[in-house]
Design a protein around this ligand. Structure first.
Ligand code: HEC
Ligand code: HEC
Ligand code: HEC
Length: 130
């Protein structure tokens, strides 16, 4: 068992490598919890239920895009009868005006980078769009 030392060192190195994302995150102060989101003021209500928005907002945006671009169909009526313009910058970002503290925080956490902002206008941070 002359290799024991080398095996042990290899094992330690391997463990350090596979757990790197965890401890580098901790060192960067990210903690383990979900990101803190800055939400619109009390009393506002999202286009659909929050739980549905959390999981399906990308599908909703793609539907809006297709309906606007293909059919010039620009008004969305919610289940409870509220009406919204089908617009990323104009509608979503009028309530979620602080993109950095909302969309970006969550997307950074899950490591997705939507390319929408190559073309669509980002609202200036922290201000309401309208
Ligand atoms: C009229 C204002 C308003 C509009 C327009 C709006 N939202 Fe929301 N949204 C809210 C509010 C308020 C909440 C938080 C509700 C709560 O805490 O239950 C929310 C929650 C969310 C969440 C879940 C956040 C979480 O806590 O996990 C997502 C994702 C989201 N919105 C995305 C969007 C997208 C994408 C659009 C455009 C399609 C949009 N919102 C349009 C007001 C709005
Ligand atoms: C509660 C967390 C959360 C919030 C807040 C959030 N997103 Fe997302 N978003 C996600 C997740 C998770 C995905 C990736 C889903 C997947 O890969 O299937 C995603 C994906 C997307 C995509 C598709 C990207 C792609 O390349 O497929 C778009 C577009 C998008 N989000 C727009 C927005 C906008 C605009 C806002 C702010 C108004 C927002 N999101 C806020 C969690 C969030
Ligand atoms: C290459 C440029 C480009 C990219 C990238 C792009 N879009 Fe668009 N988008 C457009 C154009 C042009 C229109 C048509 C604008 C109109 O007729 O009002 C549009 C319209 C839309 C609309 C409806 C109108 C509005 O005001 O928002 C939605 C919703 C939309 N796009 C969502 C998205 C989402 C979500 C992404 C990212 C996943 C995305 N787009 C990426 C160019 C782009």
């Amino acid at each position: 068992m002359r290799d024991r030392g080398a095996i042990f060192a290899g094992l330690v190195f391997f463990l350090a490598l596979v757990t790197y994302p965890i401890w580098s995150g901790l060192a960067a102060g990210e903690g383990g919890g979900p990101p803190e989101l800055v939400l619109p003021p009390e009393g506002e209500k999202c286009v659909e239920e929050t739980s549905a928005m959390r999981t399906d907002h990308m599908q909703l945006l793609m539907e809006w895009r297709d309906e606007v671009v293909r059919d010039n169909d620009r008004i969305y009526t919610t289940a409870d009868g509220r009406r919204f313009y089908k617009s990323l910058s104009g509608t979503c970002m009028s309530c979620h005006a602080d993109k950095e503290q909302f969309c970006d925080r969550c997307h950074n956490y899950v490591a997705v980078t939507p390319y929408c902002w190559d073309c669509h206008v980002e609202p200036p941070g922290g201000q309401r769009w309208d």
